[in-house]
Design a protein around this ligand. Structure first.
Ligand code: FAD
Ligand code: EPU
Length: 343
């Protein structure tokens, strides 16, 4: 454990934005984490450093300026089967494990429930932050509990599924207790007998294309990987953080107004009064898909993904997202909200 000064964060964020952290360290044990948070508090008390940023895989944030504080890279490792009963295995993973490595471990051991969440970038520790979701499954469906370190009180606290207050791309950690906890590990409740979820149409189509003879968690995982690889830009090739904005929920009235003019609107019914609209469709209809200004752009295959072709600044990408939000509001009267954390 070593605290370095003026460290470039370019390799630590999937957008590939080149900003500097005033101080940077990684931790691979609780002792190291405690020592580093104490160091941070000592510096804060003499007013030298204030903010603390916990970094996982850096795949859900956009740096718009240098970080005038301490960045801590989470390197806690370990995966363990901690309990089981007739139906479930309880598997605990440390926050610094790469998410997809953990998913692969579970699939290899026939722990079912994470297959639809294959190939999401980032680390285990961030998975509850925004209740990651894809292809009909969200983390809340398999989450059992987590342990987190309370930075001010220096205590370790457990959070149950209900206590995390999960919502669509939301949790208590993005809201009421924002910035107060460092997630140390997460325990997932995974099925011994799989409950296959192929509700997302593209999965069945891909399984057929693959010639899959039976439904298995391995086949579903492979189908999801194929769909994702085909549609989403690989951050190693083009900088991005996945969907930049959330899919908005609107009133039935608003949906109906849009549907009358555009019967092809990508939307689904939430309840009798609300519809969810595909933000990618709205953005595409405003003409942004494939747009590029300098090195900031809107991906040509998925309009919801903003990209950095190499040298864009975080501010340029943020400005582009502002223009997109305004044009969707003007054309459709719909407010879009950012999904990515702006730093
Ligand atoms: P980071 O970006 O490092 O951090 C995200 C936030 O969580 C930051 O505020 C950070 O401070 C905080 N944080 C991280 N770790 C901890 C911790 N241990 N304790 C406390 N706070 C912490 N997301 C989806 O939900 N579904 C998708 O299908 C999806 N697809 C994607 C595809 C691509 C190509 C990319 C680049 C991203 C995609 N994402 C998706 C977004 C992203 O992968 C997830 O949000 C992921 O969980 C972020 O993990 P991370 O470790 O990279 O988090
Ligand atoms: N669409 C368009 N044009 C586009 C993009 C999408 O018309 O440019 C339409 C599609 O045709 C489809 C609908 O929008 O009818 C939905 O598209 P897609 O299946 O690609 O999913 P999404 O709603 O754009 C969400 C998540 C993704 C997740 C996928 C799969 C959000 C904000 N995004 O995207 O999550 O992988 O569903 O479940 O909810 C992420 O969070 O970073 C992320 C990638």
């Amino acid at each position: 454990m070593q605290v370095q000064q003026n460290v470039s964060l370019k390799q630590y964020n999937t957008f590939g934005i080149d900003v500097t952290a005033q101080s940077f360290a990684s931790f691979s044990s609780l002792d190291e984490l405690e020592a580093l948070t104490e160091y941070k508090q000592e510096l804060s008390s003499i007013n030298k450093i204030s903010p603390l940023l916990i970094l996982g895989g850096g795949s859900n944030l956009l740096f718009t300026k240098n970080v005038d504080g301490l960045v801590l890279k989470n390197e806690l490792k370990g995966i363990e089967l901690v309990n089981e009963d007739a139906d479930y295995c309880y598997v605990k993973a440390s926050a610094g494990e790469a998410w997809h490595t953990f998913v692969e471990h579970c699939i290899a051991n026939n722990y079912a429930g994470l297959e639809n969440l294959s190939l999401i970038p980032g680390n285990v520790g961030a998975s509850p932050m925004q209740n990651i979701g894809a292809y009909g499954v969200e983390i809340k469906d398999v989450f059992h509990e987590l342990q987190a370190y309370n930075i001010n009180e220096k205590t370790i606290v457990k959070f149950s599924n209900a206590e995390c207050k999960f919502g669509y791309r939301e949790s208590i950690f993005k809201n009421e207790v924002k910035g107060q906890y460092i997630i140390l590990n997460v325990t997932y409740r995974l099925r011994k007998n799989p409950l296959f979820n192929t509700s997302y149409g593209a999965i069945n189509t891909e399984l057929e294309r693959m010639g899959a003879k039976e439904l298995t968690i391995q086949n579903i995982s492979q189908a999801v990987i194929n769909i994702r690889t085909n549609k989403l830009p690989n951050p190693k090739e083009i900088g991005n953080a996945g969907s930049f904005l959330k899919n908005p929920q609107v009133s039935k009235f608003r949906w109906h107004v849009i549907w009358e003019e555009y019967p092809d609107v990508a939307a689904y019914k939430v309840d009798d009064l609300h519809y969810k609209l595909a933000a990618g469709w709205l953005i595409e209809k405003c003409g942004w898909k494939g747009f590029r200004r300098g090195d900031a752009g809107c991906h040509a295959k998925q309009a919801l993904v903003l990209v950095n072709y190499g040298g864009a600044s975080g501010q340029e990408i943020l400005d582009l997202s502002d223009e997109i939000i305004k044009s969707v509001k003007n054309k459709f009267g719909v407010d879009l909200e950012r999904e990515v954390n702006i730093i």
